[in-house]
Design a protein around this ligand. Structure first.
Ligand code: NAP
Length: 174
């Protein structure tokens, strides 16, 4: 995850941190999926759930690397779903909105779910859809991200500015 949203050339930590984020967000999932598929093909059954993010639904300025890697997971999973569904293997991408985790430091609210609540709801969609935001409330929020950029981008811009300010203020207080 980016420390805070910013222009790509100002990415905190420079190219090394960029490489780390791309690696952590894409490679393990890709390699583990390739490893496990052979066994699943043999057994003609299996389920793979990859965690993407709703940030993969929209081209988010100042979040380019995170949003891009999450798009990769969503796209990769959708391709694999097409390849393997006829072989008895279910592949799903879960693309949640905000959750209350160490990454966000948000508290649980009506729209910011705990990972447990999201998982409990998302698991019910298995076998029904190859891609889900994971819960009804996140699905509704994600629809907003599919609106045209001229509508969505101003909201993302405000969110990014607020997040950057909050994080910089927290860092000053430390
Ligand atoms: N939180 C959200 O709002 C949200 C929304 C949509 C999707 N997601 C996705 O959910 C997944 C889990 O995130 P989370 O929100 O649960 O965050 P989290 O609680 O901070 O968990 C992130 C995990 O990734 C590991 N990690 C982070 N950077 C790493 C690095 N450079 N090298 C190795 N391991 C690293 C962390 O290890 P340590 O514990 O050792 O630091 C931790 O286990 C991510 O793929 C995220 O994109 C989160």
């Amino acid at each position: 995850m980016h420390k805070y949203p910013d222009y790509f050339h100002l990415f905190l930590g420079g190219p090394g941190k960029v490489a780390e984020l791309v690696t952590v967000n894409t490679l393990p999932c890709t390699i583990l999926t390739s490893k496990i598929l052979s066994k699943m093909v043999e057994r003609k059954s299996g389920i793979i759930i990859n965690i993407s993010s709703a940030s993969g639904y929209h081209e988010m300025a100042k979040w380019s690397v995170y949003s891009g890697t999450k798009r990769f997971i969503k796209h990769f999973s959708a391709c694999l779903h097409k390849e393997y569904s006829s072989l008895g293997i279910t592949i799903q991408a879960v693309c949640p909105m905000f959750l209350a985790t160490n990454m966000t430091h948000y508290s649980v609210t009506k729209t910011i779910l705990s990972p447990e609540a999201l998982a409990e709801s998302a698991i019910k969609t298995l076998g029904h859809t190859s891609e889900t935001a994971g819960s009804i409330i996140h699905e509704l929020q994600a629809i907003g991200l599919s609106f045209p950029s001229f509508f969505v981008d101003p909201f993302i811009s405000i969110l990014s500015k607020t997040q950057k300010q909050e994080i910089l203020e927290q860092q000053k207080m430390k």
